[in-house]
Structure formats: structure tokens, C-alpha cells
Design a protein around this ligand. Structure first.
Ligand SMILES: NC(=O)c1ccc[n+]([C@@H]2O[C@H](COP(=O)([O-])OP(=O)(O)OC[C@H]3O[C@@H](n4cnc5c(N)ncnc54)[C@H](OP(=O)(O)O)[C@@H]3O)[C@@H](O)[C@H]2O)c1
Length: 348
């Protein structure tokens, strides 16, 4: 059994991790932290877990965490980089769901997140937790940096095109929308029901923190010598709880037909258990992936012109964070990658 702790168990990614880990046959949960609710039974805050989790939330305690095989950090950025170095020194493996170790360019991280990075050497050695491009490195990693939610959808949608070098990498446009759980569980006025229901709006159009992560990954998969990928990324808030829908636009440079593009996507993801390329002309829906680790996508070429449109949907709390984190855990511990992640979406 893998002895597991979660730091930050009261947030939305924390409770989603709990939902998945409590039924995982190889996991023994030993600690779930919350400073605000230390002493409160987990199932009292989350009655959905009654009968599945007998633990109470506890204060983060270094000795208790260091006694685990694996610690998940489901905390705001800045927390893991302060606490992970000592766990790494003690040989514990760590999966971080925050943005702390995603960017290898530390000055860029400091600029986008507005603070000094406390562990730049660990950011350099962390494995980026997108299995579809980095499975081997994840398997041997002590520290895995899980991708952001928008970056997961956007990257999976564009990777086949960027790897093949068949689109203009400097003219990439991503319009994406997320449900409100993407902003976490803290009370914020602009996330109130009365502010957001029956409403649809863009935000951070001038620059969102996920942009440098998306560009970093796309540049990593481009052929040598290609002009570096440059993305215009506009996120939106949509009045639903879970889900991300990304609409991605790129210009095909070498005349591929819609059938060839479909073939490219199908062959790139043929062996990926969690990427589903839908039949040509499909429109994937967020509800078709709710609660699952699936990225469902389709590729279209409207009117046969040179703009290729990719539609990609994920659940931000699942493939966009906690389920992908568990996929990474399965890879790190040599388990079947899909263990505990095979249930279909809840519908309607
Ligand atoms: N929501 C999403 O869709 C999503 C998707 C991908 C990635 N992420 C990332 O995942 C992380 C967690 O997101 P979330 O939405 O679950 O956040 P959240 O709802 O804000 O939860 C944060 C959790 O962290 C704990 N925490 C806060 N400060 C801490 C500290 N200094 N030390 C220890 N624990 C601390 C909180 O508990 P206490 O304060 O009681 O200790 C709480 O349990 C964030 O970095 C987020 O960017 C979120």
C-alpha cells in the first residue's frame, strides 16, 4: 500500500482527490490537512465521504508528512515551494497541484506570480505532470508538477499540430471557458451566484498566469528550429460548477485536408487512455467528461479553409487537476495508469 497524505484537503481539488483516493485499492490515506478545520472529521465537512473516510483534518506536521510515501499539495501557489524541499530531502515523493513547480523560467514565474520563488532548484528538477508528453520522466520523478486546468485542455488540443509543425506557431488563439470551481473554494464576491448565474464573461484577457505554462509546453514539443509558439489566450467564466471548454484556432501552413488532420489526431492519441478523439465534425460537451480523467476533443476545418479549429473539453477538477494527479501517482508507483480512474461521466 502507498501511504499518502494531502496538504490542503478542504479545497475543491482536495475533496476531489479524496473522492478518488478513498476507493483506490493501493492507497492508504494517513493525513489530510487543514489549518482552519484541524480536528473536524473529514466526513463532517464533506458528507459525500461518510463511510469512506474516518480521518479528521489535522495541522500540517512535517514528521507526519515525512512518514508518507507520497504527499499531494492541493494548496494555493507559494505553499508547496516552502514546504516541499524538506520532504524531498527526506526522500518523500511529492505531487504538487499548484503552479509552484510548473515553470522552468524562474524570473517568468516571479513576474507572473508576483513573489520570489523559494525553491528554484526544485522547479528545475520537477517533472511536468502531463503524461501524454512526459510519461517516462514522471515514472522516475520524486517531484511532479501537475499542469494547470486550462493548460491541460489547451495543450492536449494543440500538441499534435505543434509536434507535426504544420500550423503557424505564432498565430495560435485559444478561447476557453471554465466553471466556477476553477477559482477554488474561498468566498469571493465576483463568484457569487447572483453575480454569475445567467452571465458569461471574459477575464484576464490582457494576460493570464496560465499563458507562460501553455507556451512553455508547446515550445517543448515543437520540432527543432521552429519559431517559438506564441499564444493569444482569453479565458472566460461560465455559470456552471465543473468543466473547461477550449476552442483553439490555428492556421494550417502545408495544405492538410480535414481527413488528414483527423488522422493525425487519431494516431497521436491512439494509445492514450485518457484522450478521446471524437469522429470528424463532433462537438464535445463538458458534461460528457464530468468527474472523469478524460480529455475529449474534436478537430474541424470549417469550409475547408486553412483555419483548423480544435474543441477540447475536460473537467477542471479531474483531468484538469486531481484525477490527473492520481494518474501521475499510478505512473510513479508502477501501477496500471488507469487504476481508479475508469468510471464514465455522471450524466445528466
Ligand atoms: N480549482 C481548480 O479547478 C484547480 C485546477 C488545477 C489546479 N488548481 C490548483 O490547485 C491548488 C488548490 O486549488 P483549490 O481550488 O482546491 O484551492 P482552495 O479551494 O483555495 O483550497 C486551498 C487548500 O489549501 C489549504 N491551505 C491554504 N494555505 C495553506 C498553507 N499556507 N499551508 C497549508 N495549507 C494551506 C487550505 O486549507 P487551510 O487554509 O485550512 O489550511 C485549503 O484546504 C491551487 O494552487 C490551484 O491553483 C486548481
Amino acid at each position: 500500500m502507498i501511504k499518502v497524505a494531502i496538504v490542503g484537503g478542504t479545497g475543491y481539488t482536495g475533496v476531489e482527490l479524496l473522492r478518488l483516493l478513498v476507493t483506490h485499492p493501493q492507497v492508504e490515506l494517513t493525513a489530510i490537512t487543514s489549518r482552519a478545520l484541524a480536528g473536524t472529521p473529514v466526513a463532517e465537512l464533506f458528507p459525500s465521504l461518510r463511510g469512506h473516510c474516518e480521518l479528521a483534518f489535522c495541522e500540517p506536521d512535517l514528521e507526519q508528512l515525512a512518514a508518507c510515501d507520497l504527499v499531494f499539495f492541493a494548496t494555493p501557489h507559494g505553499v508547496a515551494q516552502a514546504q516541499v524541499p524538506e520532504l524531498i530531502r527526506r526522500g518523500v515523493r511529492v505531487i504538487d497541484l499548484s503552479a509552484d513547480f510548473r515553470l522552468t523560467d524562474i524570473p517568468a514565474w516571479e513576474q507572473w506570480y508576483g513573489q520570489q520563488h523559494a525553491a528554484p532548484e526544485l522547479a528545475a528538477q520537477a517533472a511536468y505532470g502531463l503524461p501524454e508528453i512526459n510519461r517516462a520522466e514522471i515514472a522516475g520523478a520524486q517531484l511532479v508538477a501537475c499542469p494547470g486546468c486550462y493548460p491541460t485542455a489547451v495543450q492536449l488540443g494543440w500538441i499534435p499540430l505543434l509536434e507535426a509543425g504544420i500550423v503557424d506557431p505564432q498565430q495560435l488563439i485559444a478561447s476557453a471557458a471554465s466553471g466556477a470551481s476553477g477559482a477554488g473554494r474561498q468566498a469571493k464576491t465576483d463568484l457569487l451566484l447572483a453575480e454569475n448565474s445567467d452571465n458569461f464573461r471574459a477575464y484576464a484577457a490582457g494576460g493570464h498566469r496560465h499563458l507562460p505554462e501553455i507556451e512553455q509546453t508547446l515550445r517543448r514539443v515543437q520540432p527543432a528550429g521552429a519559431s517559438p509558439a506564441r499564444v493569444t489566450f482569453v479565458p472566460h467564466l461560465v455559470p456552471m460548477v465543473r468543466g473547461i471548454h477550449a476552442t483553439l484556432f490555428a492556421n494550417v501552413q502545408s495544405g492538410q485536408s480535414a481527413a488528414e488532420l483527423q488522422q493525425l489526431f487519431e494516431s497521436r492519441y491512439r494509445d492514450e487512455p485518457f484522450v478521446d478523439v471524437m469522429p470528424a465534425g463532433s462537438h464535445p460537451q463538458t458534461r460528457s467528461v464530468r468527474g472523469t480523467n478524460i480529455c475529449r476533443l474534436s478537430v474541424l476545418q470549417p469550409q475547408g479553409r486553412d483555419t483548423v479549429v480544435v474543441l477540447a473539453v475536460i473537467d477542471n477538477l479531474a483531468k484538469g487537476s486531481s484525477a490527473q494527479a492520481m494518474q501521475n501517482m499510478n505512473i510513479m508507483f508502477g501501477l496500471d495508469e488507469a487504476l481508479g480512474l475508469e468510471s464514465p461521466a455522471l450524466l445528466p
